[in-house]
Design a protein around this ligand. Structure first.
Ligand SMILES: Cc1cc2nc3c(=O)[nH]c(=O)nc-3n(C[C@H](O)[C@H](O)[C@H](O)COP(=O)(O)OP(=O)(O)OC[C@H]3O[C@@H](n4cnc5c(N)ncnc54)[C@H](O)[C@@H]3O)c2cc1C
Length: 382
């Protein structure tokens, strides 16, 4: 068992770290404050190849793997989570369903632009009335000749309304299974299709420089060939996508937790109280030591889940453990980093304020902490 990075992985981590510090850090606070999408940063991430990291070169990818994506997400989130979630959703939720389940024609149509970062795709699973219970999908799609007619709505869909959004994949009820349960399928809906409406962006607590919308489908017609993979496989498809995605979210959470350590060390060294740096107090040192401990152990948890996945072994439980643990400690670290910053920690101009606002969603998105516990318990045979 060797958790050390290869030279190639270390070089990737280094280059994303430099990019985050030199390109993202100087501009992101303004985007965050203004709730604007950082198109120029995303364009540069595309040029670096980040959107193609875990995909084969024959489809326009970089020939890396899912762990490489996780390393990049960790380094981005160490500086900013809006940018990191934009990459996470674009790759693991946007392009991956096409890559894993698409026909050769669908791959040829969508992957080159998604993997270059020129275009983004959304993953439309959650609905206004159902999130954790994803099988409760109400959106329906019916075949009418050689077209699917889609009716329903989706909530909180990341990357679904940017100027460069090319399409969303939508889960919909397409019939009834022999056992009476809903037949769920996934359908590709290109941006701009008549009947597909994107609501204005939500006003969010955090991730304010990322793109999130409610979507409605009103007799929205797309070709029958836009079915992704086999009819009736929608449930299995999103379970696979979410299992992988949890490792990516864990990496993002570790990045935020590590960013809290970085900022706390800096501040504890600079800020003086009672005639000495606040970091000279053991109470502050212990807080930072505990934050580092949490970031480190959560990192090991996602490394382990990713290693199992890449080895082709079962990884569902380990991915849920990594996501649950990393999101919990990200919230812990954000709270402690804010405390170490005192009143300045409550000011938006300090990165830790962003970390604090961005941490809570990690316990909710791509499966809440309760859902992760359900997955772990089920996997233990309970
Ligand atoms: C910013 C943002 C971006 C998002 N991006 C996307 C996206 O791109 N695509 C997408 O499809 N979705 C996306 N989501 C949706 C996200 O995945 C859901 O919000 C999440 O899965 C929780 O679903 P819900 O909000 O419906 O909560 P609910 O399922 O209604 O849960 C509410 C509460 O009840 C708890 N609960 C529910 N069932 C149980 C149970 N059986 N036992 C114990 N507790 C339970 C939950 O844990 C939670 O605490 C996004 C959400 C946000 C906020």
């Amino acid at each position: 068992m060797d958790f050390r990075l290869t030279d190639e992985q270390a070089a990737l981590r280094e280059s994303v770290r430099d990019f985050a510090r030199e390109v993202v850090a100087p501009v992101i606070a303004e985007h965050y404050e203004q709730h604007t999408f950082p198109y120029e940063v995303i364009r540069q991430m595309g040029k670096m190849g980040l959107f193609g990291l875990p995909f084969a070169e024959e489809h326009g990818g970089m020939g890396g793997d899912y762990f490489a994506l996780c390393l990049a997400l960790e380094e981005l989130a160490r500086v900013d989570s809006s940018v990191a979630i934009t990459l996470e959703a674009a790759v693991s939720l946007g392009a991956m369903p096409i890559y894993r389940f698409g026909t050769e024609e669908q791959k040829a149509t969508w992957l080159p632009k998604l993997l270059s970062g020129e275009a983004l795709a959304g993953f439309g699973l959650t609905e206004p009335g159902t999130g954790s219970d994803a099988a409760g999908t109400q959106t329906r799609a019916a075949l009418d000749g050689d077209e699917w007619v889609i009716n329903g709505s989706k909530a909180f869909i990341t990357n679904s309304g940017t100027d460069i959004t090319a399409m969303v994949t939508v889960t919909a009820v397409t019939g009834t299974n022999p056992d009476g349960s809903k037949e769920l399928s996934t359908i590709i809906v290109p941006a701009g299709t008549p009947g597909f409406t994107v609501a204005p962006g939500y006003s969010k607590v955090g991730w304010t420089a990322s793109d999130t919308h409610e979507l409605t489908f009103d007799d929205c017609r797309v070709p029958a060939a836009n079915l992704l993979g086999e009819r009736g496989r929608g449930f299995a498809q999103f379970l696979r996508i979410l299992d992988e995605g949890r490792i990516a979210i864990a990496a993002l959470a570790v990045g935020l937790a590590q960013g809290c350590v970085d900022e706390s060390i800096k501040y504890a060294t600079e800020r003086h109280a009672f005639g000495r740096p606040i970091g000279a107090n053991q109470a502050i040192q212990f807080k930072i030591a505990d934050m580092e401990l949490k970031a480190h152990t959560a990192r090991l948890a996602y490394y382990d889940a990713a290693a199992r996945m890449l080895a082709g072994e079962p990884f569902k439980r380990q991915a849920a453990i990594a996501k649950l643990h990393a999101s919990t400690i990200a919230v812990d670290n954000a709270r402690e980093a804010t405390q170490i910053h005192g009143g300045y920690g409550f000011m938006n101009e300090y990165p830790v304020a962003r970390f604090w606002r961005d941490s809570k969603i990690l316990e909710i998105g791509e499966g809440t902490s309760e859902v992760q516990r359900m997955i772990i318990a089920r996997d233990l045979g309970l």
